[in-house]
Design a protein around this ligand. Structure first.
Ligand SMILES: Cc1ncc(COP(=O)(O)O)c(C=O)c1O
Length: 440
């Protein structure tokens, strides 16, 4: 077997250790990869090794790498103008296209550069519209790492960052494989929603501006809630006079085999936040809402909701090329088709490998739960999951498999053959570690 990553990769990685601050993404640290290029759903390192990409920069590379139409559009725009907040033709086309694709009457977009920045803007919008100031999120949720959203990280990764800003509350998400109430769907009758209602009454000061929810949770492990959940949370938000923010940063623009995660349940949120795959790597994000909501002040005052880079000509051209390509190439339907077959393949594997406790997903947002024992659901230990990651890498597959909650989110352009090849590698890896798992 080839040495992946190779010697040049490892040497560059080592040299960078002297000048880079720690705290990079775990996948970069574990892989020690130095990349030279990418093409579609594969990337090539500086030693010339290629890897199938089941990672896509955490669901960012929706079109995959170096897509010709994307490259041409960004190159052409760079030669014209890159900077400034003035109207451009491509931005107008982008905003019109977003308004056409977004559900219901969500027809007004404001653009930013990063996901957390857009989520914070959505909070300011919700505060402007409701005159209230508290935010409710979910266990397992993730909306970024800036101060205003950090309190809504729904896991222990926020430990050590206190004191966190006040006015942020979290309630359990229907992560049904690991139900916090130890109940089973559908017998639970969505006890988590009743709990959320009660918890909001008892823990907030009664001034909730927004409930923010990921239609499917990405960081938690590509978790898919039951279909009744989102409608129930929308109703709860409206019951308490709050807006519903759907954070579609990962689930937006085709990832789940529909245009937005919300489309799976017909819920039209009051505000959607988008980013990641929308720009295929160009840092662009945004919020989308209605005429009525975006008119609220202070959000609507001149310069009150703008930023230095938001919606600049280069960003707009990159996002327009990305979204037009997703439309023209039918990538949403493609994601649904390829994703469904990948799920079938993984469910077959689940029958062969007892340590695959759960397989779930929609479109090309797929998650696995690896367990020591299916009865207790005790998660597989880090030493085994990190081996799964490195064994996959050695065989030419890059994926977020270093935690027991494996996340699979390849570019929407991945071909069926590439998806099959990736799963074949995964099967080989699972077979290789099966003995080890039995021994632990
Ligand atoms: C659902 C969701 N919202 C927001 C963010 C934050 O985005 P960014 O890293 O661009 O700030 C992320 C990032 O992973 C995310 O998954």
């Amino acid at each position: 077997m080839q040495d992946r990553p190779g010697l040049r990769s490892r040497a560059l990685f080592r040299d960078e250790r002297d000048v880079i601050a720690p705290g990079q993404q775990r996948i970069a640290l574990l892989s020690q990869l130095a990349l030279a290029s990418g093409q579609g759903a594969s990337v090539t390192d500086v030693d010339g090794n290629t890897y199938l990409d089941f990672f896509a920069g955490v669901a960012v590379a929706s079109l995959g790498h170096a897509h010709p139409r994307y490259v041409a559009a960004v190159e052409a725009q760079l030669r014209r103008i890159s900077v400034g907040s003035f109207t451009t033709e491509s931005r107008l086309r982008l905003l019109r296209l977003i308004a056409r694709l977004a559900p219901g009457d969500l027809g007004r977009t404001q653009l930013y550069s990063g996901g957390a920045e857009a989520v914070e803007a959505a909070f300011r919008l919700a505060m402007s519209y409701t005159g209230k100031y508290e935010i409710v999120g979910f266990w397992g949720g993730f909306h970024g790492k800036t101060a205003g959203v950090m309190g809504l990280i729904g896991d222990e990764s926020k430990h050590g960052w206190g004191p966190l800003p006040g006015g942020r509350f979290s309630v359990p998400y229907p992560d049904c494989y690991r139900c916090p109430f130890k109940l089973s769907y559908p017998d639970c009758a969505l006890a988590c929603v009743d709990f959320a209602r009660e918890s909001i009454t008892r823990t907030t000061s009664g001034a909730v501006a927004a409930i923010i929810v990921e239609p499917m949770q990405g960081t938690a492990g590509n978790v898919v809630p039951p279909p009744e959940f989102l409608p129930a949370i929308r109703d709860l938000a409206h019951e308490i006079g709050a807006v519903l923010i759907a954070d579609e940063m990962i689930t937006g623009f085709g990832r789940t085999g529909r245009w937005f995660g919300c489309n799976h349940t017909g819920v039209v949120p009051d505000v959607m936040t988008v980013g990641k795959g929308m720009g295929n790597g160009f840092p662009i994000s945004g919020l989308i809402s209605t005429d009525e909501i975006v008119a609220a002040t202070p959000f609507a005052r001149p310069s009150a909701s703008s930023s230095s880079y938001g919606g600049n000509p280069l960003a707009a051209a990159a996002a327009l090329a990305t979204l037009e390509t997703i439309v023209d190439d039918g990538l949403v339907e493609h994601a649904a088709r390829v994703g469904a077959r990948m799920l079938d393949g993984l469910r077959d594997m689940q029958e062969r490998y007892p340590f695959i406790g759960d397989v779930r997903g929609v479109g090309l947002l797929i998650g696995l739960d690896l367990v020591r024992d299916r009865a207790t659901k005790e998660p597989l230990g880090r030493e085994v999951t990190e081996r799964i990651f490195t064994e996959a890498l050695r065989r030419g597959l890059l994926m977020m498999g270093y935690f027991p909650r494996v996340r699979i989110n390849p570019p929407l352009t991945i071909t069926q053959e590439q998806a099959d090849a990736g799963l074949a590698i995964l099967e080989e890896v699972f077979a290789a570690v099966a003995v080890e798992v039995r021994a632990t």
